[in-house]
Ligand binder design. Sequence first.
Ligand SMILES: Cc1ncc(COP(=O)(O)O)c(C=O)c1O
Length: 391
Amino acid sequence: MRPADRTPALVSRLPQVGTTIFTVMSALATEHQAVNLGQGFPDFACDPRLLDAVDAAMRAGHNQYPPMPGVPALRQAMADKVRALYGLEIDANTEITVTAGATQAILTAILAVVHPGDEVIVLEPCYDSYVPNIELAGGVVVRVPLTPGTFRPNFDAISAAITPRTRAILINSPHNPSGMVWSEAEMRRLEEILAPTDVLLISDEVYEHMVFDGQQHQSAARFPGLAGRAFIVSSFGKTYHVTGWKIGTVVAPAPLMAEFRKVHQFNVFTVNTPMQHALAAYMADPAPYLQLSDFYAAKRDRFRAGLAKTRFRLLPSQGTYFQCVDISTLAVPERDLPEADFCQWLTREIGVAAIPLSAFYGDGFDQKVVRFCFAKKDETLDEGIRRLARL
Ligand SMILES: Cc1ncc(COP(=O)(O)O)c(C=O)c1O
């Protein structure tokens, strides 16, 4: 036994933070053998060619530290992709760094640019790491809601939130949790608003290859006024069905990247070598990421067709692998529960895990909407739908 009185008491750096809702719901799903449509990860395998490439990289001896910013071949492959898809020329030596997933990229970018007391704008609902990241840097979180109902950006509110103390704004398109995708006009509007300011942009684009119905992903890389001030964050985990590998990239103009790397080198220093070589080789074929939108659109359509037979009201899903539903139209009395309690009930009693949208708001704003993840095998989706059909 460890004598408890020997452990000094701490004042928490993050007093508001507990276990994330994703961990809580996944544990509950396991306990109740529920179909886990909560946490956002695929339940199917990645392309075996990618596994072969990792094996080959390890056997070829790529097992020691790579260069601090990442394996050159992978940085070059990403630079080529950014040019081909978004028309932005970047220097693979000075303007891109390989990170331990998007999560580390976002934290490192924030630690690199936010000084204590600086304001950082987040658009709620937002991914759960943003706010604690800003708090760790000593920044002041400025929350601007996306428009309730549509989740579209409210530019009057964004403009009003910008002050001389604003250091950065974080945006995310395609958007988790809502599945909303920023239009070209919306990106241009942001470009106009930021033009007279020195506000930096952190653009979380981890779902960039999941955009449906003929729309295009509007990367910040396409807009010179945004790209010139942006950290643009991507994730191989989302794109290649390997969320557990935790590898991503960040693209930024050289002066911003120089500051990013100062933090990165003492944060993780480098990211594992064989996966980087494997990803570089695998990226020679663009088909896997070019076909991803069609792959997920088919899953979205299958899932929506099933849900259409229930009393859930379906919200649009323009991108990502998430489908949100309004629970207030259900016939069961549990529809009146707070979203989080509803999700617990759904997991326990109906056997399907979902995530409450209130978890993505600082004040727990409850709009009777929950999020399902459809990055699942067809049989998993079908079983989820079979169980939800009771509602
Ligand atoms: C919006 C958003 N940003 C970042 C991440 C984290 O990505 P990674 O696993 O590459 O760290 C996620 C994962 O769910 C996400 O949804």
